[in-house]
Design a protein around this ligand. Structure first.
Ligand SMILES: [Zn+2]
Ligand SMILES: [Zn+2]
Length: 347
């Protein structure tokens, strides 16, 4: 398996970000990423997808209805060639228009919290009856950060030391994901939602947060049986297939390099990786391997069925359903979410 680390969900000067595609690609490459997916608001920029040195830049779109009050239903669309924002009034129509051209998408920051001191509103997903999306953005770095800012001075402190605030995906997002997994396949990605907007407090000026910083935080690692070959069509297809099917995990790499984290299942003489299905023959044996010590938790139907501190976890399951792993590490005096894998589906 080839593992590539990417940053998904970012904004450029094509909407309300502060760097253009070339700058963003350069900064992502410096941060050691293999790919990024830009998702500007309600605009599909064409002609920018491609290799920028050793960095693969892909361009998607984040769509929402700009007239809706309160604002809601941000949708991340990938692998689209034509604009879909004209359907923004109807979330299902957006999803259908994306799928109709061979694309796929994720519900962005499905649960948010408004910023306590500034009243910056929460932008949730509210139309849960929609169908046809690939999955959820289970962890959005900026969305989590803005939930923890009680006042302006503390906001500035946390802008310099964001690691104090960040804890992991919101529990309600994980609960909703587990609930949805009881009915169907739902993939997960992590995003940064970086804009790098500059804020000022008296003499202080701070971009909250910079691209350089965000690219080292919540990342999505994809697993592929084939390596990149430098050709855009081939390589973008590898990324898109991995994200759509869930051959991927979400990791907060700032608190520990998660490269090499693996979650596999065996049953009979078959083996499955995250995002795959496996037929239950008597029992399914799960194995988790972590590159760093962590609290490893295996979750089934919203319940922790096995947990262990260390670098490996094994569990024999007799029940069908989706199994996923959450791994936690201590950082700055508290336990924080580190790795969240896509599920393996025991059928
Ligand atoms: Zn959004
Ligand atoms: Zn966004």
């Amino acid at each position: 398996m080839h593992e590539y680390i990417g940053s998904i969900h970012l904004h450029t000067t094509a909407s309300d970000g502060t760097a253009d595609f070339e700058e963003v690609a350069h900064l992502a490459s410096q941060a050691g990423l293999a790919f990024i997916i830009a998702t500007d608001h309600n605009v599909l920029v064409t002609g920018k997808d491609g290799w920028y040195g050793d960095l693969l830049l892909l361009v998607g779109e984040e769509i929402h209805d700009i007239e809706r009050v309160p604002e809601a239903n941000h949708y991340l669309a990938f692998n689209i060639k034509r604009e879909v924002a004209q359907h923004a009034k109807d979330a299902q129509a957006v999803i259908d228009a994306v799928n109709a051209q061979g694309g796929f998408g994720f519900l962005a920051h499905p649960f948010e919290h408004s910023t306590p001191f500034s009243g910056e509103p929460e932008i949730n997903w509210v139309d849960w009856q929609v169908r046809g999306y690939a999955g959820l953005e289970i962890w959005n770095y900026m969305s989590e950060f803005k939930a923890y800012l009680p006042n302006l001075p503390q906001a500035f402190f946390l802008a310099y030391f964001p690691g104090v605030a960040i804890q992991g995906p919101f529990p309600e997002t994980l609960r909703k994901w587990d609930e949805l997994l009881g009915e169907s396949r739902v993939a997960a990605i992590g995003g940064t939602d970086v804009h790098a907007t500059v804020h000022t407090l008296g003499p202080l000026k701070r971009a909250i947060h910079s691209y350089q910083h965000c690219f080292r935080t919540v990342r999505t690692h994809i697993l592929s049986s084939q390596p990149f070959n430098g050709k855009l069509e081939h390589d973008s297809n590898l990324v898109y297939q991995a994200l759509k099917t869930g051959h991927a995990f979400v990791a907060y790499d700032l608190i520990g390099d998660s490269r090499g984290f693996r979650f596999i299942a065996r049953s009979g003489n078959k083996e499955a990786i995250m995002g795959e299905e496996i037929a239950l023959e008597g029992e399914a044996e799960f194995e988790v391997v972590s590159p760093l010590p962590a609290l490893l938790r295996l979750v089934h139907r919203g319940k922790v069925v096995a947990q262990k501190r260390g670098q490996t976890l094994r569990y024999r399951a007799k029940e069908k359903g989706a199994y996923r792993v959450g791994a936690y590490r201590r950082y700055l005096l508290r336990r924080r979410g580190w790795v969240f894998t896509n599920p393996i589906y025991v059928i």
